[in-house]
Design a protein around this ligand. Structure first.
Ligand SMILES: [Zn+2]
Length: 243
């Protein structure tokens, strides 16, 4: 049976419109959106990690404070013990030695008290930073969730659009000559979802190679499929097809 090649190309042009849609939707669903989703997740994890470091540092400062306070309490207990002992000592020498021990303890305590004050200041700073950081991360988490939901909703919407496009594609492709369809689909798969190229201003609409008159005349004869010499897509003349 002789096929009407022009009619076949008209169907292919229709098919290509839908296939381009399907290609773009699939790319978005399987590549672009998953990349965005993983980026959102990674960025949030980075922020959460910074917060965790703040938490650890704040905890360490608290431990440091407890150590210093414990040290302080030990030294204070030692002083009060020494003070009681002071009145039980028999000799002046022992008494002088105890006094010097007490004075040394007092000096230590004074240093420790300063250290505790410094630590308290640090804790205050750390708590303020921590609070700010927690708020920041909470806000970021909220925004991330919103962005994520937006993308997930878009994914669902794409699924629906894809289903519609696939149905349309099925209907159109059923009518295309099998051999031509198989050539078209091979090109579609190997040429980034674009098997057909219009000749615009004497150039291939896909790769922009100039087409000579001989090629254009061959296309217009509709005896064989004519391919671009460079990108090997099926060429067609839009004015001829759509007009
Ligand atoms: Zn080309």
């Amino acid at each position: 049976m002789r096929i009407d090649l022009k009619q076949e190309i008209i169907k292919l042009v229709e098919l290509q419109k839908i296939d381009s849609q399907i290609y773009a939707l699939t790319r978005k669903k399987d590549i672009d959106n998953p990349i965005i989703l993983s980026k959102i997740k990674n960025e949030f994890q980075e922020k959460a990690k910074i917060l965790e470091e703040f938490e650890i540092s704040a905890k360490e400062t608290q431990i440091n404070k407890k150590e210093k306070e414990l040290d302080l309490a030990t030294k204070e207990a030692a002083i009060s013990k020494s003070n009681t002992q002071l009145y039980q000592l028999k000799t002046n020498k022992e008494y002088q030695a105890k006094l010097s021990e007490i004075s040394s303890l007092k000096a230590d305590i004074s240093v420790l008290e300063d250290a505790v004050l410094t630590v308290l200041e640090k804790i205050e700073q750390a708590q303020a930073q921590l609070k700010k950081q927690r708020e920041k991360v909470a806000q970021y988490e909220k925004e991330s969730k919103e962005k994520e939901n937006e993308i997930l909703n878009e994914q669902k919407e794409i699924e629906i659009q894809l289903k519609i496009a696939q149905d349309k594609r099925g209907k159109i492709s059923r009518d295309v000559d099998k051999a031509i369809l198989s050539k078209y689909e091979r090109l579609l798969n190997s040429r980034s979802g674009l098997a057909l190229a219009p000749v615009n201003h004497d150039s291939c609409g896909a790769c922009f190679l100039r087409t000579n008159h001989k090629t254009i005349n061959e296309i217009k004869m509709y005896k064989d499929l004519i391919f671009c010499d460079s990108c090997v897509r099926i060429l067609y003349i839009p004015e001829d097809i759509e007009g």
